[in-house]
Structures are given as C-alpha cells and as structure tokens.
Design a protein around this ligand. Structure first.
Ligand SMILES: *Cc1c(COP(=O)(O)O)cnc(C)c1O
Ligand code: SF4
Length: 526
C-alpha cells in the first residue's frame, strides 16, 4: 500500500492514475535536458519549502508535460513515487477544498484548457467581427465632427436632447450630405421615405461607419426599397385585437402595457410597431392617459405595468413623473417597466431631473428600464455612461434585442453584443425573432433554426447572465429554445450539453418519492 498512503493520509484514484502515468515504462532511462533538470529541481525545492500549492501544481504539470512530450519520467530526475505522494498529500492538505493534485492537474486544468479552446476564435475575432462603439470611438468622434460641421451644430446643441431633436435627419437630402451613399441607394431611400418615415438623431448617425454598405447602424436606421417592394399581406398589429382600453395592450393576466406615445427619437427599419408609429408624431391628451390609468385601477389583477410606446423617454419629464406617480399610488400595481431606446439613440436625454424621477419611483416600487440594443456598435462611452447613471436609479436595465439578418445574426456578433451590454450595466433579457406580421421587413428576418444555433452557442461559452431568452412574438411571447433533452432512459433523462453535444445522464426525481406526502416535518403530523 506504499502507493496509496503516507502517514495514514490517502491519495485519491485520480492522483494514483496520474502517478501511474508518470511512472509508466520507466525501464528505459532518458537523459533530460539541463534546462529541464534545473527547472524540476527548482520547482521541487519550492514545493517542499513553503505552504503554497502553486509550486506543487507547476511541478506536476511540468513532469506531465515532459512525460507526454519527451517520454521522460520523474525517475530520470531522481524523483521517486514516494516523494511525489508526499507532495500530493501536502497539496491536498493545504487546499481549502481538499482538491487533490490528480483532480487539479489531471482533470481540472484540462477542462479549463478545453473550455478556452471553444472561445479561442471568438476572442481572436470579436473586435473585428463586431466592434463596439467603445472600440470605434475615435472613428465615431470623427464622424460627429464631420456631421456637426456639415449641419452647423454647436457642441452645446449636440450635447443636448433638444439640439439632437432639432437636427434630426428626416429627409434624404440631409442624409446624403452627412453620409456618403451610392446614387442608387439615394434613389431607393427617396422612394421608401414617400411611404415610411426616417429619423436619425445626428448622434445616432455618427455611429454609422462611412463607406460600409453593410454597416449595422445604417441598416437599422435607413430604410431601403424592400420596405415597399416586399410582397405579402400585413397582418394587423397586436393592438387591433389586444387592446381592451385606450392606450392599453393586454394579453397576460397580470401584466398590462400602456403605450404612452407613438413618437421615437429615431425610427428603426424593423419596427414592430410600424403601424402605430404612423405618419406623424401625435401628442396624446391627458384624458387618454387617464382612461388608461383607470383601466389599470379597475383591474386589481394587474401587478406589472409596462410603460412603452414609441419610446417612453420621449415624454417630457413631468409626464414621466406623473404617470409613475399615478401607478405607484395604485395599491395592486407592484412594479413598473419603462420601454425606451433613447439611451442608445439619444443618450443626451438622460438629465439629472429624469434620473431623480426614476430613483424616486423605484424607491416606492421596483422600476426597470427596458432598452433595445441590437449591436455592440451602439454601445459607446456616451451611452454606457447613460446606462450607468440609470442603473444606479432603477432596479435593473434589461435589453430586448431583435435578431436581424446581416446586423446581428452570427454567433460572434451576438456574443459580443451580449457581453458588451453586460459590461455597460445592461442585462440581456429577450432576443426576439423579427416579426412575421409585416412584409415591410421580411428581408431582415432570420430562420428560427439559425437563431437557435446562435442562442444555444452561448451556453457554456459566455456568462449565463449574458444569455437572453429567444422569443417569437405571436400573440404573446413564446420561447423558441430547442430542448436539450435527448431522451429518457430508465428513470434518468439524457441531456445534451449545448456547448459540446456531449450527453450526460441526469437522474430524475423518483416519482414514487415525489408522490409521498408524509415527508419532512409533515410526517410528524397526526
Ligand atoms: C411584451 C409584452 C408584455 C411583457 O412581457 P414579459 O414577458 O412580461 O416581458 C406584456 N404585455 C404586452 C402587450 C407585451 O407586448
Ligand atoms: S424604438 Fe421601438 S417603437 Fe421606436 S421605432 Fe424603434 S422599434 Fe419601433
């Protein structure tokens, strides 16, 4: 039993296996290089001299490496099995979690190595495949300088919300002055904007990288000919059959959406609310809001209210404050969510007064802000600062992205988007498949199978906290994830790991035990 124990301490089977491998076929003696000898002797001394695990791990790794690559065994350095067992036991005695050297060097380090292998290409490509607005900031600032110059916008106007709105780009002439577009593209946009609106704030326009026809910000904000050319029948928007009261959409028992405006600071080429956004901005009357609030007041099941639009932050501060206040004063309303894309398209809107309003309401009942970021390029130092300020005042900022062809429909673009938003204080919440209701943007739709591959590629490769739920909006939000249950096998479920395809057997709860009603403290009843 010399193998297994020294001074009564046992070594585990994994360490034993590692030692067996190191000392396998050691009849042939090989001469280790001088360099390796010195290294091993140094590591051995360090391993013996102090109470740290690192030198022991390094020693075993080096020995394993020499065994694997040069066929050299510890014997060739005059190190016998007993000495290594002593160090193995020292290692597991020092470690807080009693991790053995066999577990750490033989297994754990390999698992980390394999995991790193899975993201190697992503880490090498992510900056090029999907640069963030933070990485592109120098270029964006040059764009901003160019746009300011062409449009005659002062710094003060640029940095204010009213300035951004005053100079919003709504016609092709202005657009083609600030962004060089091919002549054919200009004709296309001219044609479309006869029927559909275009609006980009100068800030959002500065995120477009010149000379790239596939720029993801350009594609999200400047409509193209397909919008009028696509054939198909428009299916009436959800509101047509889900609006039980003025401004209200409801199809869930406890959640109601209140569409407080039809205005947005920019118009998206994939807007699901295209029918509401309509041809002109409309200011709603106080009576409309009161009718909507009365509906919520008189339906005690509603505990969660979405304030959406259009864009909720288009409302002046005093309206935001009033609506939040009214909702907070309704006993059965327990939380609120505000839907806005303004922190992305016009972060200049986020002023101290608005931040105070959010904080005050969040203090009464949880308030979340729900945004829409579709590409890492939309996250700049300016929007990140806006997210940071908002995140200090509300209970969470959640993102609802839309999966869009050519914009974010690859694994690496989506991973990068989700990681970048997480670093910018935003939590990925939903990833919507682009709506089937509108032929206007069928050219931007992505097949569900592609979307699933993208979402499932995230599991096990990026933080779980950065993975959104993949959703089809079809009269309510329906999850699209593929099941990872492969099959059942005598009481166990065979699960598939999304990141490797490897199957694991997962013992299910025993139905007999589950149906037993006399358990825990209950068994003492009667
Ligand atoms: C999206 C939406 C909701 C909220 O859905 P959650 O899954 O709770 O985020 C509620 N009502 C309407 C009408 C909606 O469109
Ligand atoms: S911000 Fe939302 S409501 Fe406004 S245009 Fe974009 S998708 Fe539509």
């Amino acid at each position: 039993m010399d193998n297994m124990s020294v001074n009564g301490s046992e070594i585990d089977s994994e360490t034993n296996e590692l030692l067996d491998f190191l000392f396998k076929d050691t009849k042939v003696k090989r001469n280790a290089a001088e360099k390796d000898k010195n290294k091993i002797i140094g590591l051995l001394k360090n391993s013996e001299d102090n109470k740290r695990t690192t030198p022991i791990v390094d020693l075993f790794r080096k020995l394993l490496d020499l065994r694997n690559n040069k066929g050299i065994s510890p014997n060739d350095f005059g190190i016998n099995r007993k000495k290594l067992i002593t160090l193995a036991i020292k290692h597991q005695d020092i470690d807080e979690h009693y991790v053995t050297i066999g577990g750490r060097v033989g297994k754990a380090l390999n698992i980390v190595k394999q995991a790193n292998e899975r993201v190697r290409d992503y880490l090498a490509d992510k900056k090029k495949a999907a640069p963030s607005g933070i990485e592109l900031w120098d270029q964006i600032q040059q764009n901003a300088a160019r746009i300011k110059e062409i449009m005659g916008i002062s710094d003060e106007e640029w940095n204010s919300y009213s300035g951004q709105l005053r100079y919003a780009i709504e016609d092709v002439d202005t657009l083609s002055k600030v962004i060089a577009l091919p002549k054919k593209a200009i004709e296309d946009v001219t044609r479309v904007t006869k029927n559909y609106r275009m609006r980009l704030t100068p800030y959002y326009a500065s995120l477009i990288i010149p000379g790239k026809p596939d720029d993801p910000v350009l594609q999200q904000s400047v409509p193209t000919g397909e919008m009028v050319d696509n054939v198909g029948v428009e299916i009436p928007p959800v509101a047509a059959d889900h609006s039980p009261a003025r401004l209200i959409d409801q199809f869930y028992p406890q959640v109601a959406a209140m569409k407080v405006t039809n205005i947005c600071a920019m118009y998206c080429t994939h807007c699901l609310r295209i029918a509401h956004i309509g041809k002109m901005d409309k200011i709603y009357s106080k009576e409309a809001y009161e009718d909507a609030l009365n509906y919520i007041r008189s339906n005690p099941n509603i505990r969660d209210v979405l304030i959406t639009g259009g864009d909720a932050f288009v409302l002046p501060n005093k309206y935001v404050k009033w609506i939040l206040n009214e909702l907070d004063s309704i006993e059965h309303v327990k939380m609120k969510r505000l839907g806005t894309r303004i922190p992305i398209t016009t972060p200049q809107r986020i002023d101290p007064e608005l931040l105070d309003i959010l904080a005050e309401s969040n203090d009464k009942k949880p308030l979340r802000v729900v945004v829409q970021i579709n590409t890492a390029q939309e996250i700049t130092p300016v929007s990140k600062k806006a997210f940071k300020m908002i995140s200090k005042r509300v209970s969470a900022i959640l993102n609802q992205a839309v999966l869009l062809k050519g914009i974010n429909d690859t694994k690496y673009k989506m991973w990068k988007l989700c990681e970048t938003m997480q670093e910018a204080y935003v939590r990925p919440y939903y990833l919507f498949n682009c709506s089937f209701r509108n032929p206007q943007f069928s050219h931007l739709r992505v097949p569900v199978e592609v979307g699933r591959d993208i979402v499932e590629s995230m599991y096990g490769n990026i933080s779980g906290d950065a993975i959104p739920r993949y959703i089809a909006a079809a009269g309510g939000k329906i999850p699209l994830h593929r099941s990872n249950v492969a099959r059942k096998e005598n009481g166990s479920i065979i699960l598939r790991k999304p990141w490797s395809g490897a199957e694991v057997s997962y013992p299910d709860a025993d139905p007999k035990v589950y149906n037993e009603n006399r358990f825990s403290f209950r068994k003492f009843k009667e």
